[in-house]
Design a protein around this ligand. Structure first.
Ligand code: AVI
Length: 323
C-alpha cells in the first residue's frame, strides 16, 4: 500500500497590494507574471487558453511527453524520485508516472495548498502503489525536501525535477539561471531536470498564440486590472486599456502589455497614478529559446543538456538537463 504525506512548508504568499503599488510606481510600469493567476477567473481563463487551437504550447508538450514517455523514463532510470514544480498537469505527469520503473515517490510542489492537496489525493487514488509526498512550498525560493518522509529502506538512484509548461520562459535570464541553480542545490548533485521549453519560431504563429481570435488572452491580461479594482479599491476603467502582445525579436520574447488608450489618472489604494496616452503596463514576458540558447542557459547554472525531444514542426521541446 502506498503512503500519502502532506508537508506544509508555509510558503509566503505574494503581497498583492505591495507589488501592485511598487509596479505602478516604476518608470516602465510593470506587474509580475504571477498576477494572472491571482483569482479563480484568471486560472480558469488560462485553462481555456491552453485548449485554444492557436495556443499550440500545451497540446504539443503533452504529445511530446506521451509519445516519448518510454525513452524519457529510460533516461531517468529506475528507482527515481520524481519531483514536480507546480502540480496538476495530469496529462503531462501521469504518463510519466505510468512509465517510470519503480519510482521511489512522487513529490508535487505547489504554493496553492488546497489545489495541491486535492490533486495529490486524486493521484494517490489513481496510483495505489505510488508514494506521494505533497509539499506546499514556493519552488522559486530556497527550501528543503522532507527527506524524513521518504519511504524507508528504499535505494534512491536519481532525483528528477519535472518543470513543464514553459514557465521558465516567463522568467528573465538572471531569474531563470537562479531557479536552475536552486534546483541543482535541491538535487544535491544527484539527478536532473525534465523541462518544457518553447522554441523560437515564425513570429506569425507566436502572434496568433498570444492574440487569440476569441480574445481570451486579452481578457486574461485585462483581468489583472479588474482584480486591482476589486481588492485594492482601484478605479481602472477597463475599457480605457487594451491588450498588446508583440514579439520582440531582439530579446526573443512575446511581451504582454496593457496599454492606456488615453491620458488618464487612476487611483489604487488611495494613491494616484498618471498614464500618458499609449503608455503601457508590462505584464509578462514569454521567452522563446533555441536549443543552443537552452544549452547555454543550462551550462550557466551547472547543468548539461543531455537530450531533447521535439514535435515534427519543432514548435516545442522537452529537455533532460543532467547535473
Ligand atoms: C504560464 N505561461 C507559460 C504562459 C506563456 O505562454 O508564457 C502564460 C501565458 N500568457 C499568455 N498566454 C499564456
Amino acid at each position: 500500500m502506498n503512503q500519502l504525506f502532506f508537508c506544509d512548508l508555509q510558503p509566503t504568499l505574494i503581497d498583492f497590494r505591495h507589488e501592485v503599488l511598487k509596479g505602478l510606481s516604476l518608470p516602465q510600469k510593470a506587474f509580475p507574471p504571477q498576477f494572472f493567476f491571482h483569482d479563480k477567473y484568471g486560472s480558469d481563463l488560462f485553462t481555456k487558453i491552453c485548449k485554444l487551437e492557436e495556443y499550440y504550447i500545451t497540446r504539443t508538450e503533452i504529445d511530446i511527453l506521451q509519445q516519448n514517455s518510454q525513452e524519457i523514463a529510460d533516461v531517468i532510470g529506475k528507482n527515481a524520485l520524481l519531483i514536480e514544480y507546480g502540480s496538476g498537469s495530469i496529462e503531462k505527469v501521469h504518463p510519466l508516472i505510468e512509465t517510470l520503473e519503480s519510482p521511489i515517490a512522487y513529490v508535487p510542489i505547489d504554493i496553492a495548498k488546497e489545489h495541491l492537496f486535492s490533486y495529490a489525493e486524486f493521484t494517490s487514488s489513481k496510483y495505489p502503489q505510488l508514494n506521494i509526498i505533497a509539499v506546499a512550498a514556493d519552488y522559486t525560493q530556497e527550501f528543503q525536501l522532507p527527506m524524513d518522509k521518504m519511504p524507508p529502506g528504499e535505494q534512491m538512484k536519481n532525483k528528477v525535477i519535472l518543470f513543464a509548461g514553459s514557465t521558465l520562459g516567463n522568467l528573465e535570464r538572471s531569474q531563470a539561471i537562479a531557479l536552475l541553480q536552486k534546483s541543482a542545490q535541491l538535487l544535491e548533485g544527484q539527478g536532473g531536470m525534465l523541462i518544457g521549453v518553447d522554441l523560437k519560431k515564425d513570429p506569425t504563429l507566436l502572434h496568433a498564440a498570444y492574440n487569440d481570435s476569441q480574445g481570451l488572452t486579452a481578457q486574461f491580461n485585462l483581468n489583472i486590472l479588474t482584480n486591482i479594482n476589486r481588492e485594492l479599491q482601484g478605479n481602472f476603467d477597463i475599457d480605457q486599456f487594451y491588450h498588446h502582445a508583440p514579439y520582440n525579436p531582439v530579446l526573443g520574447r512575446i511581451e504582454l502589455h496593457l496599454i492606456s488608450k488615453t491620458s488618464q489618472v487612476v487611483t489604487v489604494a488611495g494613491q494616484e497614478f498618471t498614464f500618458r496616452e499609449g503608455e503601457s503596463i508590462h505584464s509578462e514576458n514569454s521567452h522563446k529559446y533555441s536549443i543552443e540558447d537552452l544549452q547555454e542557459l543550462s551550462e550557466a547554472a551547472g547543468f548539461k543538456l543531455k537530450q531533447t525531444w521535439t514535435d515534427s514542426q519543432k514548435l516545442f521541446s522537452v529537455n533532460y538537463l543532467d547535473l
